[in-house]
Design a protein around this ligand. Sequence first.
Ligand code: IFM
Length: 477
Amino acid sequence: MSDPSRPPAVGLLDQGAELTFPPGFLWGAATAAYQIEGAATEGGRTPSIWDTFSHTPGRTVAGHTGDVACDHYHRMPDDVRLMAELGLASYRFSVSWPRVQPGGRGAANPEGLDFYRRLVDELLGHGIEPWLTLYHWDLPQPLEDAGGWPARDTAARFADYAQLVADALGDRVRYWTTLNEPWCSAFLGYGSGAHAPGRTDAADAVRAGHHLMLGHGLAVQALRAARPAARLGVTVNLYPVTPASDAPADADAARRIDALANRFFLDPLLRGAYPEDLRADLAAVTDFGHVRDGDLETVSTPLDLVGVNYYSRHVVAAPVDGEQPEPYWRAPTCWPGSEDVRFVTRGVPVTDMGWEIDAPGLVETLLRVRREYTDLPLYVTENGSAFVDAVVDGRVDDADRLAYFDAHLRAAHAAIDAGVPLRGYFAWSLMDNFEWAWGYTKRFGMVHVDYDTQARIPKSSARWYAEVIRRNGLAAQ
Ligand code: IFM
């Protein structure tokens, strides 16, 4: 194993070479409940913040909602069969909190739990390892009405919910992640308002981030007590943050955005402390009075793995006097205290989300987590791209998405070569789905979904990924 403190030459990602992954590398694909299930009012499910948000005029593109989505709730056995045909070794899904604990308090809803029991049994019956995420953004609406994630009590409610799910599914699910991308829940949900619940208060966003992590820690403790053999972790979305120039002011802009995007979560979760520079940057926003004695010990409860979602890089520059930068996502801000930092585009190819394609950034990100934070096993729990697809003669030839996956898998392999204990990779996403505020206008799937007929067509990238899984690596090109 080479020295993880020395990054590889990330420009050279073995383009075209045959690459084999370590034995047992976990190949998977991911989805999330609200993005695919539909059946929003069936089986005892009650509204989440995403039901309320998407039904509020002007919040999502064309008013799209997750009411029907991919109708996975009704088509689950067929979808699992499709996963088996692709040879997936693992499937990462999320449990809908308002489906299994309507309203977010009190007893479990047996019908809701039963859906996930059947899903897990179906997966296991096809030899597919279930990977369960407890929270992929669908907070029960009554908990939002009681204050949402900025309210401390929501963390305790989350732990109760985790206990219910552990009691029901702990005998058959080995891999558990608590939160998916707490940055989005906190800073898009309560900062920019681009995501549900659509609130725009910088201090609330910071409080929400803390209580999400507190809920994570309490949930890990509950899960550990209930299921000592389970492998427990959390998924964070990380970005390399690069200054646009060598100027010290640009370096400081990069430091600030790195603190908010990455270290706000990595430091408390894996070191049990907020970074001092982050606290200073946020001084005008909050005095961190919401952090109580003992919280950070809870937040940093030991884990078995860390999930990393990787999509792109942030390139940033210092504020320019008198210039109001185009806000990233939507106004007013998802970067509290650093609203005036400019996000710079480099003119490199982008996906349909406008996100720059930067596979070497995945190597940097994984190496950084390994070098600065932990030697725990890492998993890429999401990576993928939206592109505009065309169905031609019943086929979808998504060469651009396939190339994105290929480049990022070469990056994942380079990270392993450099000493990162990367144990698995989950493509985002198994199928096209409800892309939050973008509704159905952005397609991330390896499987095409016709939203009128619900027909599924595996795209070229899905066929290619099936071959990657079969050979446990990439063929020479
Ligand atoms: O669709 C989302 C997913 O829910 C969380 N991670 C990023 C994906 C693409 O935006």
